[in-house]
Design a protein around this ligand. Sequence first.
Ligand code: ATP
Length: 522
Amino acid sequence: MTNVTAQEFQATTHVPLRPVDSTSAQSFPLLRLKAVCKSFGATKALSDVSIAFEAGKIHCLLGENGAGKSTIGKIIGGLYAPDIGDVLLEGQEIRVNSPSHARALGIAVVHQELSLAPDLSVRDNLWLGAETKWCLSRQGESRRAVDVLSQLGLELDLEKPVNTLPVGTQQLVEIGKALMNAPRLIVFDEPTAMLGAVEKQQLFTVLRRLRASGISVILVTHHIDDVMEVGDCVTVMRNGRCIDSFDLEDHLQGADVLERLTGQRQVFEAAHELREATGEILLEIETSGADSTKKISVRCGEIVGLYGVLGCGAEDIVQGLVGLKTFRNTRYLLGGKRFKPSQPVDAMRHGVGYLAAGRQQNGVLSQRSIRENLMLTQLHQFSVMGWLSRTSECKHATQQLADAAVKYGCQEDAIESLSGGNQQKILLARAMAGARDLLVLEEPTAGVDIGAKQQIHERIKAAAARGLSVVVLSSDLPEVIALCDTIYTLHQGNIVNQYEAPDETCQAQIVGDVLGRYEVQS
Ligand SMILES: Nc1ncnc2c1ncn2[C@@H]1O[C@H](COP(=O)(O)OP(=O)(O)OP(=O)(O)O)[C@@H](O)[C@H]1O
């Protein structure tokens, strides 16, 4: 991606950007929340929250799942109105009535859940909500769309429907949508949750460029590395309250920030335990390339990671394995027998549990309850002569929700009433419950907080210790290293290397592999 100066960036946007040192920006923060409260029924999502967001700063919001971070983004973005308290834009009290009102005020929000229209093209998605009163030619529309995509380091076919793109690319298109209206403030709600290392760096370059142009960025994230890399200041939230707010001075380390977040010196995940996977081979995946055939083997009790950048082919391998697609050049053997599921339910019947990336599009049934979402794939277990035993179903649901440490009020509440991280825990619990022999996980900890992430890793490791085979596809390299017994790296559809019992010392070579700077291991 080329480096673009603040002036060049400004030139690509329709509205002139406010310079960082304008008089009004000096006397007032760009946006201020003053004593804001917001409740949903009995749940107090925000209690007396006051925060100032300065122009030209990247302000990170940290906090555990359900702390209230997204609710702040939704109030700023006009989706919710505060019950009590004020929102001030450059010192003027405002009521943001709707997302379009927010856009008119120069506020954009990139929500955790993608808001793309799946069947529309990349260009139409970018322009959806960014329409101008001026008549723009198709060419003009395309030029602007290409400009915005190039700011994200993307070169895409504008006519392609977005549902044909990998989820990570869709997330970048979603960010492109926010840039279309040349906003003064952008809220990014966990934008890196599904981005690989390379795409993440592209995003950080964009964030730095936005900051240099005087734009305020609010970054909601669970990744301390993200905070340390691009953040200027941090607000820590807990149970709907701001408990700390501070500048990220140079001397602060990630561990110091974690300590202020959790209230204790964080114990980093235990070093990878060297476990020799000695079980029988359960799954074999053979991919034939132009001049060779490569094989991935997964033993009983082994956790195998597939790692690469977007479009590396790992997603295709997984989709073939769970019956979402068929590929001529990939063959699967499960328990020694040819395995070619025609659809996910077929894979499920063979004991394959699957967690898909893209919680909103591929995971939750948003209009259904917590119980229904969790038990969706398990109902056959509670059916007696065609009748469903609701008592038994509820009992199991209670147990599984407790095991997954989900924070919820009542099983019959809509899943949408839960925070993103808690929804993710439910989807993971559902996949684990359906996995008799094999568990296939895409982005297992997207959006979950630091403590919960560690718990999820422990649960996956415990399931493997009981003999379950696990295939993990994650864009979070430290996660793949911490979790997996074996990692296969992929580049442009080819399996490049295999790492047994990987540790941090492999990191540089793994990154080299996935960027195409690899030497095949002997
Ligand atoms: N529409 C809603 N209806 C009912 N409760 C809600 C709704 N939206 C949020 N909540 C509740 O408000 C609280 C704060 O949720 P919020 O989504 O802001 O948390 P968060 O800090 O963003 O969490 P996460 O990191 O998991 O995304 C949670 O208890 C959540 O269940």
